[in-house]
Write a protein that binds this ligand. Structure first.
Ligand SMILES: Cc1ncc(COP(=O)(O)O)c(C=O)c1O
Length: 374
């Protein structure tokens, strides 16, 4: 199917020019259907679905694992990005005097879980952001013998900068430092495989580029590390046999499934599964190429109109589907209001406008944005 043919799955295209997937994606039709199927089941029959819901969850987890190149034993279904980051922050065996590294400018979801560790004597070191770039050498310069972990977003929310995860992973590995990736701004728009580059932990919520319902997410934990995360957030479904309600001495489940502590948002997760299947069908390489085309056209048009692009776009490897811009004189809030009035949906982030198209958006829609700017 050609990309534009998928537009029929997005009735939202009739409502506005939506270029805001770094905030939250409209749901594709198959995703809504998948979610609704379970809502209707519960509506009509109550808990009948409980007979088979474990099976559904296993299949969703398999789909999520395939999507990121992991084994299903290394994946837990979650409710948001923070859920996975908090499992790592609170689960690792920190010792007073340890430190970890987080870049400046990270979204707060990837800051607060680490800051709370200060109470346990862990130092949080902030790597500088240089012209919206985070450089592997700056991260390495902050490392010493007590550095335990680097926590970084694969794609930055405030600029769209895509860090050199290969270089950062190589530095971490050489130094015996763990790498924890916030993947919510990357998964669904750039191909991602947890083994290339090798990351230790990955957490991503579903509602942005993965086009999934709110309250869904996935967490990846490298196999050898599952046992290293302390059981700080364990519940009845963390056990080896969660259907055995009368044994209080069960061991924890040996796989990452132990991090799915209790009843899940299965309607939402069925939607996540449908969206991942759709994105796989469309093809992550094709999505990436299309987003480069759209953002090229956008950046050219903006520059021609006197706007300043704040997103690093010098090399393809540092680019994502996000482009941020501002005007040398006009306030970003004013530009944002102008675009909103023209029914073009983008985000205002600090002093920049953030534009984030997805695979079903067209060059005509980019033109609409440019026209709306006058
Ligand atoms: C980089 C990044 N991480 C995390 C989040 C959201 O975190 P959560 O999924 O925990 O709500 C966002 C945006 O909302 C984000 O841009």
């Amino acid at each position: 199917m050609e990309l534009h043919e998928y537009r029929s799955l997005f009735p939202s295209v009739a409502n506005h020019v939506y270029l805001n997937h770094a905030a939250c994606s409209p749901l594709p039709a198959p995703t809504v259907q998948a979610t609704q199927s379970l809502l209707e089941e519960q509506h009509l029959y109550g808990c009948r679905y409980s007979n088979g819901w474990m099976g559904l969850v296993d299949k969703i987890r398999d789909t999520a694992a395939r999507f990121i190149g992991a084994s299903p034993e290394e994946v837990a279904l979650t409710r948001n990005t923070s859920h996975g980051l908090l499992l790592v922050a609170n689960g690792l065996p920190w010792r007073s005097g340890d430190n970890l590294i987080v870049p400046h400018g990270e979204f707060t979801a990837n800051v607060y879980p680490w800051l709370t560790l200060r109470g346990r004597g862990v130092e949080v070191r902030f790597a500088p952001m240089r012209d919206n770039r985070i450089l592997p050498e700056d991260i390495e310069a902050l490392m010493d013998s007590r550095t335990r972990l680097v926590a970084i977003s694969a794609v930055q929310f405030g600029s769209g900068f895509r860090c050199d995860l290969h270089a950062i992973a190589a530095i971490c590995r050489a130094r015996g430092v763990l790498l924890c990736v916030d993947g919510i701004q990357a998964l669904g728009q750039v191909p991602f495989n947890v083994n290339d580059p090798q990351v230790d932990f990955l957490s991503a919520g579903g509602p942005k580029w993965l086009m999934a319902p709110l309250g869904t997410g996935i967490f990846y934990c490298r196999k050898g590390l599952i046992e290293q995360l302390a059981p700080v957030f364990m519940g009845w479904r963390s056990t080896l046999d969660s259907e055995n309600y009368y044994d209080y001495n069960m061991p924890w489940h040996p796989t990452a499934r132990r991090f799915e502590e209790a009843t899940l948002n299965i309607p939402g997760l069925l939607g996540l599964q449908a969206s991942m299947n759709l994105l796989t069908e469309v093809g992550l390489e094709r999505i990436r190429a299309h987003l480069l085309r759209l953002t090229d056209a956008l950046a050219d048009g903006l520059r021609a109109r006197g706007y300043v692009i704040t997103t690093p776009m010098d090399s393809e490897s540092e680019r994502s589907g996000i482009v941020c811009f501002k005007h040398p004189v006009r306030k970003a809030a004013e530009i944002h209001a102008q675009l909103t009035a023209a029914n073009v949906i983008v985000s205002l982030r600090g002093d920049v406008i953030r534009v984030s198209p997805h695979f079903y958006n067209t060059l005509e829609e980019i033109e609409s944005l440019l026209r709306a700017l006058g």
